[in-house]
Design a binder for this molecule. Structure first.
Ligand code: 17E
Ligand code: FE2
Length: 419
């Protein structure tokens, strides 16, 4: 197949993408005649082609459980954790139940051009139902999406009975990454210890690390410095991710200036979850109310790797979510004051290459000769317009096959009011 007149994201010249089997064989310059090549031709007329979207942080085991048995009334993270804990005792779900919900959520993401997903899975439950379910989903959905699994101790490594042993067992069962939640541990010391434990386990079992880190509006919550320092000492920065880090939005600038030097040195990755945290944070504030996001703009300007994720699809923490990362980008740009021309033009890097770097899959990712024929086509010819209008992904192509397509809606005004 030849994909003709494609505008690669961020480039001005059109190219023709020649696909052989599951690979991108050649990127042909615009002038190359392709009509008589004998290949099947798809003409994009200058529409934008990107590598598939990367969802760096979602909780598939929680998806589609909002309101069962109760809705989160306060909108806080801590009520979410409480509700989930109660639900685990009350609703004894089977592996098949969890798989069904996770697949429904993944289907939403696949329809929006996502082909790489990192999901956290709660392992603070002795039966590992969620983990077993997600390990199977990961295998079963390979033709559509690559899934990475973080063993996530939602109720704490030390605050939950035998949390550390459950975490280690989850890694042996096949989780790809170690999680943590230091701001939820009983004491600061336990929080520090939990971060060190996560890194030790990652080192021992050769895993990635992704910590729910400082997801609280407490300016004293400073576990990200522990994570960065330990990652630096072990020379593991590229394998390590700090998710949420919302307390950074409350740090004083003197501390933030010192912290940023360490963060930069450590080379760790950051995931911001703008929809989830605009909703969850600031709940205990009166006015002025904090936005409760990490310092996305400043991290990016300081040369660190930041990406955006969704976090939730209808769970005890967040009642909405449809799997569309473009909507996350739109909200994140507003909330982070990243609405300058250049910020808008390059915004989709936050859900493509920056996400790929975070997932440690950057090698082989991208619309390049020799790589897998994995790409998405947006219904627009302009990077700027992609953010203004949030057009649909008209094709998602994986291993050379069209795995999802959307027919864009057409709206007309019937009364001649403008003539
Ligand atoms: N669990 C957690 O600790 N934080 C979140 N934002 C979600 C689950 C969704
Ligand atoms: Fe999360």
């Amino acid at each position: 197949m030849i994909i003709k007149n494609a505008k690669l994201y961020g480039q001005d010249e059109f190219v023709h993408i020649e696909i052989h089997g599951d690979k991108i064989h050649k990127l042909l310059p615009f002038e190359t005649p392709v009509e008589s090549s004998g290949h099947e031709i798809m003409d994009l007329n200058g529409k934008i082609v990107l590598p598939p979207f990367v969802e760096p942080h979602i909780h598939l085991d929680y998806a589609l459980t909002a309101g069962t048995p109760k809705w989160n009334q306060s909108g806080t993270l801590f009520e979410g954790i409480q509700l989930w804990s109660e639900r685990k005792q009350l609703v004894k779900e089977t592996k098949a139940d969890v798989k069904k919900r996770a697949k429904e959520a993944l289907e939403m993401q696949i329809k929006h051009g996502v082909q790489h997903v990192r999901t956290h899975v709660d392992i603070t439950e002795p039966n590992f139902t969620g983990l077993e379910a997600l390990l199977e989903v990961k295998q079963e959905l390979k033709p559509w999406v690559d899934v990475q699994i973080v063993a996530f101790p939602q109720e704490g490594i030390y605050a939950y009975p035998k949390g550390a042993a459950l975490l280690e067992e989850a890694l042996k069962m096949g989780a790809d990454a170690v999680g943590g939640i230091p701001h939820y541990e009983f004491t600061r010391e336990d929080g520090v210890q939990s971060v060190k434990k996560a890194l030790d386990l990652a080192y021992k079992y050769d895993k990635l690390v992704d910590i729910h880190c400082d997801e609280i509006d407490d300016e004293q919550s400073r576990f990200v410095e522990v994570l960065a320092a330990e990652a630096y000492k072990l020379d593991m920065g590229e394998l390590v991710t700090a998710s949420h880090t919302t307390a950074m939005g409350s740090y004083n600038d003197a501390y933030a200036t010192k912290l940023f030097k360490l963060l930069k040195k450590s080379n760790i990755n950051f995931v911001s979850l703008p929809k989830a945290n605009l909703h969850l944070q600031g709940r205990i504030d009166s006015y002025p109310k904090r936005r409760g996001l990490t310092r996305v703009k400043e991290l990016k300007e300081a040369g660190m790797n930041v990406c955006f994720g969704l976090d939730s699809i209808m769970d005890p923490w967040y009642p909405l979510g449809d799997g569309n990362l473009l909507r996350v980008v739109e909200m994140g740009l507003h909330a982070s004051h990243m609405t300058g021309y250049n910020d808008i033009k390059t915004a989709l890097n936050l859900v493509t290459e920056n996400g790929a770097k975070t997932l440690h899959i950057a090698e082989g990712y991208g619309v390049k000769e020799g790589n897998k024929a994995n790409l998405v086509v947006l219904d627009t010819t302009s990077e700027y317009d992609a953010i203004r209008r949030l057009p649909p992904v008209i094709y998602s192509i994986r291993n050379g096959h069209i795995i999802a397509e959307t027919k864009p809606a057409v709206t007309t005004i019937n009364e001649p009011i403008f003539s």
